[in-house]
Design a protein around this ligand. Structure first.
Ligand code: ADP
Length: 216
């Protein structure tokens, strides 16, 4: 199964991606996580990305496309994957189409998590509070200003992907304002409806208990 999760910061992409990974044994490819790891390890990519990310801007397309291309060649991605945070621009989506074609891979679906913008700030604030409570380091871009910048780039650069994938008949939209459980169940249901997973697996995924809410 090969999926893309699309949605603004705080829409629950990371949370749902982790649940799909657990249920279906596929790899989660999160460019945000990969870039944060690169920043922490001070690799050349990390050094280039650090300030851009802190300011809520987007890292250049060629950098993230390069990271994803390498990551798709890892053995764990052969079983399937879920892209979380990529593609984020139309050129990234076009590059992904080319990459998948070259690697003889086909996308099953793009799942859009639709949320009310007014809920996002509060969600990001709760994520910060939860991370602090667990003693984890809080993301430098998880501030009201950072969120505003990230939302602005989402609107101008990422939202056009909704049209891009809808034209290619890949887009499935889920109401991201429901509870975590409900969203998981709904994703399971639509994946079963398009034949990407067996109906039985989808029901089981919906019944899954954990509500760890680490990353949007
Ligand atoms: P969120 O979805 O909450 O904004 P992510 O963890 O997906 O957070 O991404 C954090 C930051 O990493 C982004 O604000 C951006 O600077 C950078 N980034 C992640 N993915 C991409 C991408 N595909 N293209 C460009 N920059 C990216």
């Amino acid at each position: 199964m090969r999926l893309i999760l699309l949605g603004p910061p705080g829409s629950g992409k990371g949370t749902q991606a982790q649940r799909l990974v657990k249920r279906h044994g596929i790899a989660q490819l999160s460019t945000g996580e990969m870039l944060r790891a690169a920043v922490a390890a001070q690799t050349p990519v990390g050094l280039k990305a650090k300030d851009i990310m802190a300011g809520g801007g987007l890292v250049p397309d060629e950098i993230v496309v390069g990271i994803i291309s390498e990551r798709l060649d890892q053995p764990d991605a052969a079983k399937g994957f879920i892209l979380d945070g990529f593609p984020r621009t139309v050129p990234q989506a076009e590059a992904l189409d080319q990459l998948l074609k070259k690697k003889h891979m086909k996308l099953d679906a793009v799942i859009e998590l639709r949320v009310n913008e007014s809920a996002l700030l509060q969600r990001v604030e709760s994520r910060v509070a939860e991370m602090k409570a667990r003693g984890e380091e809080v993301r430098v871009d998880d501030t009201p200003e950072g969120l505003t910048r990230r939302l602005a780039s989402y609107r101008t650069l990422t939202e056009p992907l909704i049209h891009y994938y809808s034209e290619r008949r890949k887009l499935l939209t889920v109401d991201g304002m429901m509870t975590i459980e409900h969203v998981t169940r709904e994703i399971g249901r639509i994946l079963a409806a398009i034949g990407a997973v067996e109906a039985r697996a989808a029901r089981k995924a919906g019944a899954q208990g954990s509500s760890r809410h680490r990353q949007a």
